[in-house]
Write a protein that binds this ligand. Structure first.
Ligand code: ADP
Ligand code: 5GP
Length: 211
């Protein structure tokens, strides 16, 4: 059995990564989502343990000091991090996991012991005005929050070239399709197909030769 793959999605806020992650999980029930911990307050409609684990700063820092976070970063003035245990369990069971994390988290995962299991994808908006429209139409953040996210978007975008793949999210159906192709192809990589060794050896034995 192969190990699960960590699919890292990053983008400036509002480019569409949460929407895409939700669609991918509906497409393949074997893909799970790494529910991050955060010190930010829940938005209307968000549930503890569904979108995020909402923790106090004290609890969050305790988790870091106990080594319970795979990665963590300060984003827009709050702490965000990926709890380690559910990810370890999923990948050892051969289940793929999607991360919706910023460039700092992406860098930490790519430089961690899990780098071989990680595939990173950056999502770009088609334009800055469209990015702003999406943040406004989402209707979840105040004007001030939207303004601060827009100011940070260029910083996030400047890390696009660190990622294995970079997609422009113009048409949502199209982008979802492309993500599905990436997932299927990454699953088929030779390095992720441990059963091939036994098969090739068996083929060799049928020729009474070692391969
Ligand atoms: P992020 O998770 O990157 O902050 P979201 O997934 O919350 O972004 O998307 C922001 C808003 O943009 C949502 O209202 C979402 O429905 C919308 N959206 C996402 N992708 C597209 C797209 N390709 N075209 C138009 N609207 C989109
Ligand atoms: P939001 O507050 O809009 O849900 O998320 C804000 C930003 O924090 C997004 O860019 C999101 O990808 C990032 N983020 C969410 N969870 C994590 C995490 O666990 N680690 C890191 N590094 N970033 C995260």
């Amino acid at each position: 059995m192969r190990r699960g793959i960590l699919f890292i999605l990053s983008s400036p806020s509002g480019a569409g990564k949460s929407t895409l992650a939700r669609r991918l999980m509906a497409w393949d029930k074997n893909i799970s989502f790494s529910i991050s911990a955060t010190t930010r307050s829940p938005r209307v409609g968000e549930l503890n343990g569904r979108e995020y684990f909402f923790h106090s700063k004290v609890k969050f820092e305790e988790m870091i000091s106990k080594g319970e976070m795979l990665e963590h970063a300060s984003v827009f003035g709050n702490l965000y991090g990926s709890p380690r245990e559910p990810v370890d369990i999923a990948i050892n069971e051969g289940k793929d996991v999607i991360f919706d994390i910023d460039w700092q988290g992406g860098q930490q995962l790519r430089n961690s012991g899990l780098s071989e299991d990680a595939v990173s994808i950056f999502i770009l908006p088609p334009s800055i005005s469209e990015l702003e429209n999406r943040l406004k139409n989402r209707g979840k953040d105040s004007e001030t929050v939207i303004e601060s996210r827009m100011k940070k978007s260029l910083d996030e975008i400047s890390h696009w070239a660190e990622y294995d793949y970079c997609l422009v999210n113009d048409d949502i159906d199209n982008t979802e399709k492309k993500l599905q192709y990436i997932i299927e192809a990454e699953r088929l990589k030779r390095s992720r197909s441990p059963f091939l060794i036994d098969l090739v050896r068996k083929l060799g034995r049928e020729f009474e030769q070692e391969i």
